[in-house]
Design a protein around this ligand. Structure first.
Ligand SMILES: Cc1cc2nc3c(=O)[nH]c(=O)nc-3n(C[C@H](O)[C@H](O)[C@H](O)COP(=O)(O)OP(=O)(O)OC[C@H]3O[C@@H](n4cnc5c(N)ncnc54)[C@H](O)[C@@H]3O)c2cc1C
Length: 617
């Protein structure tokens, strides 16, 4: 028997292959060599180290590099220092169960579609989330005293078809109408119409011209037509001359959507096509829609309430660290989910009929907060569970995508947002007078001269449910965080909330009011290392399909799976991925609403053409 071990897969250092063979144990026992049924392995325990893996035991020669590699790979699961609980396949009834990994909008939407369209009972659905609350990137929290904080502020528009489909079934918190109805009603009364999209040299620019040359317009039109495959991994800067990046079209486009010149030309092309109907009026942000409150209060809370009422289980503070996959006749299937809950490690056993839906990656992974007097820290992918999980499950499975394409370029994907809570009306009053817009009406105000390329939004107040009347909240962000500011001569990445507000005050030329504003506000900066990672140049296969080829009970959702035509960095993309995953896994005869294609509407094209050429403005 020792010889058999010495000659087996493990002796050739192929630890992952051996572990996979363990999972195939029941089908190919004769091929296993060193993979032993546990009773045999027990006899050898003086000579080898045994690991229980997927119901079998793997035996590795003591002191061998294979053993060290295996200890490293599976140490957390099998370490004697930690309790390992196996959650068996007990079922409340004969139903199958669904596990959703991640508690962002993608998972919440998937849970709704499972219940609403798939007739799946809520109590058979469990959402596993590593943080202490659900919502993921759609977060907003805080209070007037310590300061409110939200990592993002979302713009939506009328063609978010999956989003409106989802929320057409979800009542608002007061139950008076659906969330979709609330959004449309709200945007009837509060239409976005910016009179100050750019703010330059202390003055607002009402409906700035695009400033595009003929060759820029031709390049935009060519990109609109060019098949995505031909663009490959090219960047936006590969497609345009340097002068393009000095135009006000680019300044408005890149700050509305958070593009950088080094981002994917294919993604930029998708945006041009997907938002073709918004090019006309883009310089006044016409067509941009908002929720009544921040999106946690207006979207996540109603969703959570609906799901709780239907018995969906929420496993919070629980990080999924790995899966065990088995190869069967119908393809790969998840057999176990490994979950870290505090100091406890759990294995959840997945049955034949069960489903696992995983949110891959996260744009807000490893984000960190600063304060009025401290800058946020730059963290990395090991500070959260999202990238590490994707890396583990993708190893050896090409159809699960390539996470490193998105997670290994923090210098190209990071930026900083900030939320400021004000206890004095001066700042909001000055902005109203300077921009000609009341809060909620104007949308994004960008300072094109800012070396950080900073923008701010003054939403309609109150922006948080329960926000006191004499408190205001604004949100902003900067795209270039490693360049010294124009007024605060430091990179934004090392600035405190106070310094960020001082820089904004400088751009607005309202220094005379600085101490009054700064003394009565709390600005909380947030560093997000992966915020534009989904825009990085990508090749075919970097993003996996929603239901990866050769898998039986597994689907991927969120911002990093492949969906044709639609655009990432949107709530819509996550919801579309969820709808696609659920319909496909359940084998339903229906599809999500088709992506809106304004490029086939002659009127849309004509209006975009006139706008790009600044004809009739
Ligand atoms: C600053 C900012 C501005 C934005 N602006 C807009 C906008 O204007 N318009 C728009 O439509 N969209 C916008 N978005 C994008 C939108 O918010 C996101 O696309 C969407 O919220 C992503 O949802 P998700 O569920 O796919 O992923 P996430 O919200 O990232 O959710 C993933 C969840 O999984 C959890 N998780 C990760 N790994 C594990 C693990 N191993 N185990 C357990 N849990 C795990 C995370 O904690 C997280 O809660 C913006 C986002 C930000 C941050």
């Amino acid at each position: 028997m020792p010889d058999a071990i010495g000659k087996g897969l493990v002796a050739r250092e192929e630890v992952d292959l051996a572990l996979k063979a363990c999972s195939d144990f029941r089908k190919h026992p004769c091929k296993l060599g060193p993979i032993l049924p546990s009773q045999v392995a027990d006899d050898l325990c003086n000579w080898v180290q045994c690991f229980p893996v997927h119901g079998a035991t793997i035996a590795l020669r003591r002191g061998s590099p294979s053993l060290r590699a295996a200890e490293h790979r599976h140490g957390e699961l099998h370490s004697t220092r930690r309790k390992c609980e196996v959650i068996p396949m007990t079922r409340p009834d004969s139903s199958s169960v669904t596990y959703l990994v991640g508690g962002g909008i993608a998972s919440l939407a998937a849970a709704v579609f499972l219940i609403r369209d798939g007739d799946i009972p809520g109590h058979t659905i469990t959402i596993i989330e590593e943080s202490s609350r659900i919502g993921g990137s759609l977060d907003a929290a805080g209070n007037p005293d310590d300061g409110y904080v939200m990592r993002g502020g979302r713009m939506i528009e009328s063609k978010y078809l999956c989003t409106y489909d989802l929320f057409s079934s979800i009542p608002t918190l007061d139950g008076s109408r659906t969330v979709t109805r609330e959004i449309f009603d709200w945007n009837e009364t509060m239409k976005t119409s910016s009179k100050s999209r750019l703010f330059r040299d202390g003055h607002r620019i009402d409906a700035p011209g695009f400033g595009l040359s003929e060759s820029h317009i031709l390049a935009i039109e060519r990109l609109g037509l060019e098949p995505e495959q031909l663009l490959g991994r090219s960047t936006i800067s590969d497609q345009f001359d340097p002068a393009f990046f000095q135009t006000d079209f680019w300044r408005m486009w890149c700050t509305t959507f958070a593009f950088q010149p080094w981002h994917s030309a294919a993604e930029f092309k998708r945006y041009l096509v997907r938002f073709a109907h918004m090019v006309s009026g883009f310089n006044a942000l016409h067509g941009i829609m908002r929720t009544v409150y921040n999106q946690y209060d207006s979207m996540v809370r109603p969703l959570q309430k609906w799901l709780e009422e239907r018995g969906v289980n929420f496993m919070l503070n629980a990080r999924v660290t790995d899966f065990a996959l088995i190869q069967g006749n119908e393809g790969f299937a998840v057999e176990r989910i490994l979950v870290e809950e505090g100091s406890c490690l759990k294995e959840i056993v997945i049955g034949d009929q069960d489903r696992v839906i995983v949110t891959l990656g996260s744009m807000t992974e490893a984000s960190s907060l600063g304060s009025m007097d401290s800058a946020p820290k730059l963290l990395g992918k090991s500070d959260g569970g999202s990238w590490t999980l994707w890396e583990k499950i993708a190893a050896g499975h090409a159809q699960f995508g390539r996470p490193s394409n998105f997670s290994n370029h923090i210098e190209q994907s990071k930026w900083i947002s900030f939320t400021t809570t004000l206890h004095d009306p001066t700042f909001f009053q000055l902005i109203r007078d300077l921009t000609g817009n009341v809060p909620g009406e104007g949308g994004l105000i960008t300072f094109p001269e800012s070396s950080w390329l900073v923008s701010i939004v003054l939403p309609h107040q109150p922006h948080f449910i329960g926000q006191p009347e004499d408190v205001q909240v604004l949100w902003g962000y900067g795209l270039f965080v490693d360049i010294p500011g124009n007024f605060v001569k430091k990179p934004m990445s090392v600035c405190t909330g106070r310094e960020i507000m001082a820089e904004i005050i400088g751009h607005l030329r309202i220094e005379a009011h600085a101490s009054r504003i700064l003394d009565a506000c709390t600005c909380i900066p947030c560093m997000m290392p992966f915020i534009t990672s989904q825009f990085l140049p990508r090749s075919k296969g970097d993003r996996p399909q929603v239901v990866p080829e050769g898998t039986k009970n597994l689907a991927f959702i969120g911002q990093y799976c492949e969906l044709p035509d639609d655009v990432v960095f949107t709530v819509e993309y996550s919801i579309r991925s969820a709808q696609t995953a659920v319909y496909s896994l359940l084998g339903l005869e229906r599809k999500p609403p088709a992506v809106y294609k304004g490029q086939y509407n002659p009127l849309v094209l004509l209006e975009a053409f006139l706008a790009l050429h600044e004809i009739g403005v």
